[in-house]
Design a protein around this ligand. Structure first.
Ligand SMILES: NC(=O)c1ccc[n+]([C@@H]2O[C@H](COP(=O)([O-])OP(=O)(O)OC[C@H]3O[C@@H](n4cnc5c(N)ncnc54)[C@H](O)[C@@H]3O)[C@@H](O)[C@H]2O)c1
Ligand SMILES: O=P(O)(O)OC[C@@H](O)[C@@H](O)[C@H](O)[C@H](O)CO
Length: 428
């Protein structure tokens, strides 16, 4: 019988004192920020889910320990011990205590794109919790802290700063403190980490030799770029390759347009062609051609050296096709209204300004529309989108819901409508 993973069983040291807090304990935090932090045994993380109670319970039983499996010719398996405590999001008193703790100097976030909105009064939200934590810290002593958003949101630090500014307005002392003592950096984060499948624990026991109720599987590639100033100390993430850069804009476009944009296209076009995973989709020559077409289009607008982009594209294609990473298209297809604007629309706008109608985006939008019309839509704006997509003017109204100017662009509306009438995307 396999043994349940614990710190002692995995030969990890004792849990480190908590000096970092994380909100959004999911698969990506475990494969990325917690992995980077594991290089510094003196930094422990208190990690909070948003609502999930099962995962923190499992991690608590395992003393925070879990395994990261990286498939390859031979699977690499690493036991990670940087999570010192795991909590359910509902543990509000503990959350406020942790954020008010002077020992805590860093708060990382992976809360999904949709969460970066100004909190509404009396409604629980990730931003509401961040604000409550910062207020508790300000009241307690006001020691500096740095926030590190790690979601696929362009200029995520600036977005977070503007949400905090707007929510803090009306309390001048708090505003002054957040401006002076709350550092916020922007990041580009990358490591393909699918949601663990239902067989993840069984697979972990077979490959890893431990019973692990919180295993995670991720690709070998990982990247973390950070830009901005920390107001206090931080874990030495550069030991594992994190890079601190002055200008993060071009890196953001490269990641969000080339990787995430292709993911979003593959999700909707791949589902339309009957595929289930990214690997299946890119092995279909028609969809591989769609990705290349999208990358040719995006390359016209990116401020990165052409040869560097060529290499990035080649590596990306291999990452998409890698064995052992089962990234479900249905997972990526969720929250389209939050993802398409960052991943496809900047390039579409630039193409429209140049008088062109980019075929890959037209196909992507038509497939997204079909998805909204026919699938079970997981999106914070699902009700509104489904109503528009099933109306008498589905293309125009759904595009208007996405972006008013695009929905009033008659040539674009006609092109998406023509594509939408075809039974499956005309690619390849
Ligand atoms: N998985 C990846 O490959 C990957 C790579 C780069 C960046 N990211 C970023 O990390 C985020 C999380 O990815 P994941 O794979 O860990 O997903 P996940 O589903 O495993 O975890 C998501 C976490 O966010 C919380 N959450 C969900 N909706 C929320 C909301 N509205 N408000 C606050 N919290 C919410 C969940 O409870 C959970 O703790 C993504 O949305 C993305 O922005 C993921
Ligand atoms: O995690 P999401 O839902 O924002 O997007 C789905 C994927 O495109 C994304 O997780 C990528 O795999 C990731 O961004 C790779 O670093």
């Amino acid at each position: 019988m396999t043994v349940r993973i614990t710190r002692a069983a995995a030969k990890l040291g004792p849990a480190a004192p908590v000096r970092a807090v994380h909100l959004g304990l999911g698969a990506f935090h475990r494969s990325h920020q917690a992995w980077y932090t594991a290089c510094a045994p003196e930094w422990g993380i208190a990690a909070y889910t948003f609502r999930n109670t099962e995962l923190p319970r499992a991690l608590t039983e395992q003393e925070g320990a879990y395994t990261l499996r990286v498939p390859g010719e031979v699977d690499a398996v690493e036991a990670i011990g940087s999570i010192s405590r795991a909590h359910a999001g509902g543990e509000q008193e503990q959350w406020l205590r942790d954020l008010a703790s002077p020992e805590v100097e860093v708060l990382t976030l992976t809360v999904t794109e949709a969460a970066y909105a100004r909190p509404e009064p009396h409604r629980d939200s990730a931003m509401g919790r961040v604000l409550a934590g910062l207020r508790a810290r300000h009241r307690a002593h006001g020691a500096p802290i740095t926030l590190v958003p790690c979601d696929n949101v362009p200029a995520n630090g600036e977005v977070l700063r503007s949400v905090i500014r707007a929510a803090a307005a009306g309390d001048p002392a708090f505003v002054e403190w957040t401006e002076a003592q709350v550092g916020i950096v922007s990041t580009v984060v990358d490591r393909i980490t699918p949601a663990p499948g239902t067989d993840a624990a069984e697979e972990a026991a077979r490959v890893i030799g431990f019973q692990d109720a919180a295993p995670v599987v991720a690709e070998p590639f990982t990247e973390w770029l950070l830009s901005g100033n920390f107001t206090g100390e931080r874990p030495p993430w550069e030991r594992r390759g994190a890079r601190f850069v002055n200008d993060i804009g071009a890196y953001t476009d490269r990641k969000l347009w080339f990787l995430n944009g292709a993911h979003t296209l593959l999700a909707y076009a791949g589902l339309a062609h009957g595929h289930r995973t990214i690997r299946d989709a890119v092995r279909d020559a028609r969809l591989a051609a769609l990705v290349q077409e999208w990358w040719d289009t995006a390359a016209r607008h990116i401020n990165v050296d052409t040869s560097e982009i060529g290499e990035y594209r080649r590596n990306l294609f291999m990452r998409f096709a890698a064995r052992g990473i089962r990234h479900e298209l249905a997972q990526i297809a969720g929250d389209g209204s939050q993802k398409i604007p960052a991943r496809l629309l900047p390039v579409l706008r630039a193409e429209r300004a140049a008088g062109r109608l980019p075929a890959a985006v037209v196909i992507g939008l038509a497939c997204w529309l079909r998805h909204v019309q026919t699938a079970e839509v997981r999106d914070p704006r699902a009700a509104e989108l489904v109503e528009a997509a099933r109306s008498r003017e589905p293309v125009r109204r759904t595009l208007i819901a996405l972006d008013h100017d695009l929905g009033t662009d008659d040539d674009l509306v006609s092109a998406v409508a023509a594509e939408h009438r075809t039974p499956a995307p005309k690619v390849g």
